[in-house]
Design a protein around this ligand. Structure first.
Ligand SMILES: [Zn+2]
Length: 291
């Protein structure tokens, strides 16, 4: 084990006795939760943009020069891991002033209430997403609504600011743009910002989930969700996009890319958003065929 891994492991073990405000009211249980919540060493993706999430759920940190921005908060039980990762990357989590949320499901919004309580950050999302974040419950038109509140609810979030489609907000000099990408949920929103290093700037896209996943009995073909996914895939494929990120790191091939870090920066790929969009359309087609 090298020195940085040892420091990371020590910091990870210390997370168990981390700040009280980050302890979840209850550990969320789901079939993938334990696997998703395995620790992941934080790393710089490019320029101002860092990965501070768990092995299976993304949380992205953006440095602004005077403060910090976070994108997504994973599971309730991920909040302490995210805080530890931010510290071991060399930042003070109390400097977070804004948290952007992709979609209101327990595995991306579940840790946000605790992270907000700890940092005092303002939370930003879409109009439909805000309804679910403020209540901690899925909207009845969410494809996963049928799983029931006992399997889908998360801690309600206060101080949620709505951004319109294509609206940008400037946080300490960093512009973050909302791109509405409904389908996986009615409130799904992707986020885009610029990341620069040594005079080279790239457009980063945190593309929300476009997967057609639902509770039993829901039909994508029967409602607006299938068309929403088609339109959202189109929106993502047309964005200026040099670096693709997404709520599940599997979707941007994080582990494979980490293994190729000595071959330049594998996260920079200006066709990744297009491939992501095409894959979403393929999955949707399979789902519609099975309906
Ligand atoms: Zn989801």
């Amino acid at each position: 084990m090298n020195r940085s891994s040892l420091i990371f492991l020590t910091a990870f073990l210390m997370a168990a006795c981390g700040p009280k405000q980050l302890e979840p009211d209850a550990t969320f249980r789901c079939s993938n939760c334990e696997r998703w919540n395995l620790p992941q060493e934080p790393f710089r993706i490019y320029g101002n943009t860092w990965y501070v999430g768990t092995a299976g759920l993304a949380s992205i940190l953006i440095e602004t020069g005077s403060g910090l921005i976070l994108v997504d908060g994973a599971l309730p039980q991920s909040a302490a891991l995210i805080e530890t990762n931010i510290r071991s990357a060399g930042f003070d989590p109390l400097q977070i002033t804004a948290i952007f949320v992709s979609h209101p499901h327990y595995d991306h919004a579940g840790g946000v209430a605790a992270l907000q309580r700890f940092t005092g950050a303002t939370v930003y999302t879409s109009a439909e997403g805000a309804k679910a974040l403020r209540s901690g419950k899925l909207q009845s038109d969410d494809p996963q609504y049928g799983y029931g509140p006992e399997n889908t609810s998360f801690a309600a979030i206060k101080n949620v600011v709505v951004l319109a489609d294509r609206e940008s907000v400037t946080i300490d000099g960093v512009d973050v743009m909302a791109v509405y990408t409904p389908g996986h949920t009615p409130g799904s929103v992707s986020w885009s910002w610029e990341s620069c290093a040594l005079g080279t700037c790239y457009d980063v896209v945190y593309a929300d989930s476009l997967t057609a996943v639902s509770a039993q009995g829901y039909h994508f073909s029967a409602g607006p969700a299938a068309n929403q996914i088609i339109e959202s895939a189109g929106a993502i494929s047309e964005l200026n996009c040099d670096i693709l990120l997404s709520p599940h790191p599997f979707f941007f091939g994080m582990q494979d890319k980490l293994e190729k870090r000595d071959e330049g920066n594998p996260f920079v790929n200006n066709v990744a958003c297009m491939i992501y969009a095409e894959s979403a359309l393929d999955w949707l087609q399979q789902r519609l065929d099975s309906e």
